[in-house]
Write a protein that binds this ligand. Structure first.
Ligand SMILES: Cc1cc2nc3c(=O)[nH]c(=O)nc-3n(C[C@H](O)[C@H](O)[C@H](O)COP(=O)(O)O)c2cc1C
Ligand code: SF4
Length: 441
């Protein structure tokens, strides 16, 4: 399903989607170049040293858009510093969260922008091979990217002796299909090697030991798409946008009970309530937003002044995660929603480590007892203890963030949880074994 790109507020700059809509992605390379594609690449290869590209990206303050927000330049510097015969760069366009079409929308609308960013990353770290990993079922993305790679190669922009500058860059498109955890970088790398994978212990990070044991940068496609803009406009222009601790913009999928669901490009640090307003506002009374995807956190309407940034969201119990803002209205039950999300996280656990494999299952069971009218006396205490164990003992981000929906739900909607646990009542009237508040059993 193609997503609507929302206009956003007046004055919100476009970085990642700067060229979306400026050319027809099916009209060939010339149309893309007329809209500015590959100009930063030509300039970098002609005029800049790889270290200068890394310095610009560092000065721009660009942080990864794949969820964790790691500074892109630090990753690139580490990769470049490794003594190795070969290095690699991977564009992570897998888009693991089924509720987020942000990366897919970018890839559909500006395939050349992602490829140009990938080429710049490869040039910066000294990689001769680069990969774009996407979902096999994203057929428009696959078609447009395949054409864009072919056109760029035929024009000599990439390939052997790219732009006649003595630099080789071979780009491969890889179509993958798998579970949620396939988007995690170490699993993605195993898949690109043709193996089945589970998340690896880190360190060593992929920038040191990645594909086939060789230094590899993995970046989200949005992170890469920001790089041509940074080189074209200068690092200071990027730093001037967004939050001081996370400059630039991010794509946000706004969905749920909003008037205009779609993809928005927002300056980092934008208050959540402006994001919801830019999607037309809630359809009814706004009860909560779930920020960050299936392992994101619920925030109540009173907290919508919170800026959309890694630090602010983490402090409030949510995450940037997959970049979704799901608007929840009064017809939904937070206890039920949190339990459904916990079940998704449990079903999608790869099973490698016990805290995540068993812990998310037990957390789900506690939630199911709450919504089924069968709470046990120590369930609340158990939920808190288990959530801490799962978060602290899990190997990868999947388990570390998995307890978020239940924990944030209990933090901000304690009265709704108490109604379920102590009074066998579901105020929203969703949990059928329970009474509606004020009603009969
Ligand atoms: C369970 C799980 C799923 C993930 N899925 C994705 C994904 O679909 N796309 C993505 O870019 N990053 C995903 N990540 C984050 C990647 O592991 C990695 O941090 C990211 O691709 C690095 O790019 P960045 O530094 O540009 O953010 C996922 C992480 C976890 C734990
Ligand atoms: S935290 Fe979960 S998904 Fe990650 S390695 Fe452990 S079991 Fe697998």
């Amino acid at each position: 399903m193609t997503q609507r790109i929302l206009a956003g507020r007046k004055g919100w700059p476009r970085v990642v989607l700067a060229r979306a809509g400026a050319y027809d992605p099916d009209a060939g390379l010339a149309a893309a170049e007329n809209a500015g594609a590959w100009s930063a690449w030509r300039k970098a290869v002609a005029d800049l040293a790889p270290e200068t590209v890394i310095r610009f990206v560092g000065e721009a303050g660009l942080r990864g858009r794949g969820g964790a927000g790691y500074p892109a330049a630090d990753k690139w510097r580490t990769c470049r510093a490794q003594p190795a015969a070969r290095r690699h760069v991977v564009a992570n366009g897998y888009g693991a969260d089924p509720g987020a079409a942000t990366d897919r929308t970018l890839l559909e609308q500006d395939p050349h922008g992602v490829l140009e960013g990938l080429a710049l990353a490869a040039f910066a770290v000294g990689a001769t091979r680069a990969y774009v990993a996407v979902r096999a079922d994203a057929t428009v993305v696959v078609r447009r990217l395949a054409a864009a790679i072919r056109e760029a190669e035929e024009a000599g922009l990439i390939g052997s002796d790219a732009l006649g500058a003595g630099f080789d860059l071979h780009v491969e498109l890889r179509e993958l299909q798998g579970a949620f955890v396939l988007g995690e970088e170490t699993v993605l790398l195993r898949a690109l090697e043709g193996k089945r994978g589970m998340p690896d212990q880190r360190p060593p990070y992929p920038a040191v030991k990645g594909l086939w044991g060789e230094p590899t940068v993995v970046n989200n496609v949005q992170t890469l798409a920001a790089v041509p803009w940074i080189l074209a406009n200068g690092p200071a222009a990027h730093r001037a946008i967004g939050a001081a601790d996370s400059p630039g913009t991010a794509l946000v999928q706004v969905s749920g009970a909003v008037k205009m669901p779609g993809v928005l490009e927002v300056p980092m640090g934008t208050p959540l309530k402006q994001i919801v307003a830019a999607a037309g506002g809630a359809t009814g009374e706004l009860k909560a937003v779930l920020v960050g995807g299936p392992s994101g956190g619920f925030l109540p309407a009173e907290r919508l002044d919170l800026p959309y940034s890694h630090a602010a969201l983490a402090g409030a119990g949510a995450i940037v995660g997959s970049g979704t803002v799901l608007v929840v209205d009064g017809s939904a039950c937070i206890v039920e929603l949190a339990t459904l999300l916990e079940r998704f996280m449990s079903d999608e656990s790869c099973g490698k480590c016990i805290p995540c494999r068993i812990g998310t299952r037990r957390l789900t069971e506690i939630g199911e007892r709450f919504i089924g009218g069968r709470p046990r006396p120590n369930d609340v205490q158990l939920l808190g203890d288990l959530a801490a164990d799962v978060r602290d003992g899990s190997l990868c981000g999947h388990g570390i963030t998995a307890p978020n929906p239940l924990v944030s739900g209990m933090r901000y909607f304690a009265a709704e949880f108490e109604d379920h646990i102590l009074r066998s009542t579901c105020p929203a009237g969703v949990c059928t074994p329970l009474r509606v508040a004020g009603g009969t059993a």
